[in-house]
Design a protein around this ligand. Sequence first.
Ligand code: NAP
Length: 330
Amino acid sequence: MSKKLMRAVQYDSYGGGADGLKHVEVPVPTPNKDEVLIKLEATSLNPLDLRFQKGVARPFVPPKFPVIPCADVAGEVVEVGSNVVKFKAGDKVVALLNPVSAGGLAEYAVAKESLTVQRPEEVSAAEGAGLPIAALTAHKALVDIAGIKLDGSGPRMNILVTAGSGGVGHYAVQLAKLGNTHVTGTCGARNIEFVKSLGADEVLDYKTPEGATLKSPSGKKYDVVVHCARNIPWSTFEPNLSDTGKVIDLTPGPSSMCTYVWKKLTFSRKQLLPLILIPKEDKELKLLVKLVKEGKLKTMFDSKHPLSRAQDAWAKSLAGHATGKIIVEI
Ligand SMILES: NC(=O)c1ccc[n+]([C@@H]2O[C@H](COP(=O)([O-])OP(=O)(O)OC[C@H]3O[C@@H](n4cnc5c(N)ncnc54)[C@H](OP(=O)(O)O)[C@@H]3O)[C@@H](O)[C@H]2O)c1
């Protein structure tokens, strides 16, 4: 019997940017025992999706070509695997697909039950789809590593969020404010009001000489830096850190890995900590969806694109100037 087909966007080799994406019709995937099949309503892009296409993890990622990219999705469950207990057809959900095999730029995708959460009606598909990788990363940095408490009961820390205007940064600024911290954000001039509107107490324009120093306008030293930008050397962070300040680096390269090891070996009180998000359970994603439902956390949209124009979304993300999340609506 021939399988039902769906529209999808895929690439079949490394490189090629937005032009490397092809619109195809492929069979609707079948959920395994512990998976749900989701009819997708929205998918969000992350720089990782584009870096995989560039070949940063070749030859392991993607494991095979062609690949349908993007892992952050929201939609409606239409079928469940035999071991699935938490979901039934008709449930609205947010899910994080396996970022390596992905599958989000399509009409249907399969997700592990363990990384799928219910989406209440107050949370739109686009708001939900923005969350998985970006908001989970911000949460991991601030809650798991920095130790802030989202109910505001923790110690009052000074936090710097570099690229506070981007996908991760805009969630990090908001979550840090829920934790009752003092937040400084960096961004370009056009996003200063945007980052302030997310709650940042102070904002630095990274393209000015003062902004490039990362020095807090009020002279505060940072207890934690959530480093969402790239290519800022340790020597720029170091004078701005408190005695036990930590830089949580979201895009660790060889130089930051050397700094990490050196700081450990020398028992330095100031540290650089690389962060790689590897979510295993749904607890944090559930919490983030709840915060959106309660109006305490917002997904801000850079832009929304139909699946038929997925190349535009891809090109927008590649340009590196997103303000909030780039969404593809299915
Ligand atoms: N480790 C992990 O598990 C993990 C998880 C998620 C993301 N990441 C990484 O984290 C980084 C951020 O991700 P994202 O989704 O937030 O990216 P994004 O949305 O593409 O970030 C774009 C934003 O960053 C701003 N920006 C760029 N360079 C800047 C600088 N030097 N200072 C201040 N702002 C700057 C841009 O502002 P302008 O337009 O004004 O230039 C733009 O608003 C990426 O490198 C991503 O790969 C890592």
